[in-house]
Design a protein around this ligand. Structure first.
Ligand SMILES: C[S@@+](CC[C@H](N)C(=O)[O-])C[C@H]1O[C@@H](n2cnc3c(N)ncnc32)[C@H](O)[C@@H]1O
Length: 245
């Protein structure tokens, strides 16, 4: 039987397997649950995050942990990209992304790639802009992944991270976990039939960083001047890091 403790204790390959299996399982309900849990706000957060993207000379963007593709489609909607490579290690999430791209006539512009963010299948200095929406919190080794992301960015290129973070203020840092841990598993159980996945979600946030801590880690890993923009009372953040020219 599932116990919350099990998920918290998972590390390395076990955590990777747990996370990819979980997203494969909930892929069909993922978009609906996002909309229910954020009251539809997740679309506007991605839109805000795209404002931090640099214009790309090649028109080629990389969206890591693309899942069902919503961040990639937002970039394509903004008409700032010719192609977005959508990378994810959950084949089922990518399959849904592919179907959505066909419905939106983006099938020639959305390039799904099955791979792990800790081992990107691209050469050094390949992309001017990289996005990651609600992905980094799930990474097994964020430091290694940040090194990989920096490697494939061109000098001067931007990494734009959108993530649920640990709130920093006194009130929200107490209220948010209470709400999130009580409500999210119930919503997951009712609308996705998967209490385990939506118990993992608040756990992954309480095990994660504040937006300031994320910016500090990015600086340590070699990104220049991360910019932090807090959203949703500090529970969500856009953190933008640049590779040195
Ligand atoms: C919460 S979903 C986010 C999907 C999408 N970016 C969005 O904005 O809705 C997280 C995604 O990250 C993927 N993911 C987690 N760890 C990964 C890793 N190490 N490599 C590649 N994908 C990963 C999962 O498979 C899942 O599809």
């Amino acid at each position: 039987m599932f116990t919350g403790v099990l998920v918290v204790n998972l590390r390395g390959k076990d955590k990777s397997r747990f996370v990819s299996n979980m997203f494969n399982r909930i892929s069909g309900r993922y978009d609906l649950l996002n909309t229910i849990m954020t009251a539809g706000m997740h679309y506007s957060w991605r839109k805000k995050a795209t404002k931090y993207l640099k214009k790309s000379e090649t028109g080629m963007f990389l969206d890591v942990a693309t899942g069902t593709g919503d961040f990639a489609f937002e970039i394509l909607n903004q008409k700032i990209a010719n192609k977005v490579v959508g990378l994810d290690f959950s084949v089922e999430m990518l399959n849904i992304g592919q179907i959505k791209s066909e419905k939106r006539n983006f099938d020639k512009k959305f390039v799904p790639v099955v791979a792990d963010a800790h081992e990107l299948p691209f050469s050094d200095n390949s992309f001017e802009s990289i996005t990651i929406g609600f992905g980094v919190r799930n990474f097994v080794d964020l430091s290694t992944a940040l090194e990989e992301l920096l490697r494939v960015l061109v000098p001067g290129g931007n990494l734009v991270i959108l993530e649920i973070v640990k709130p920093e203020g006194k009130i929200m840092s107490r209220l948010f976990p209470l709400y999130f841990e009580k409500i999210t598993p119930r919503i997951g159980s009712i609308f996705a039939g998967d209490r385990e996945a939506y118990t993992y979600l608040p756990q992954s946030v309480s095990n994660f960083l504040t937006s300031t801590q994320l910016a500090v880690l990015m600086t340590k890993k070699g990104f220049k001047k991360p910019v932090v923009k807090k959203l949703a009372f500090g529970t969500v953040a856009i953190v933008v890091g640049q590779k040195n020219e």
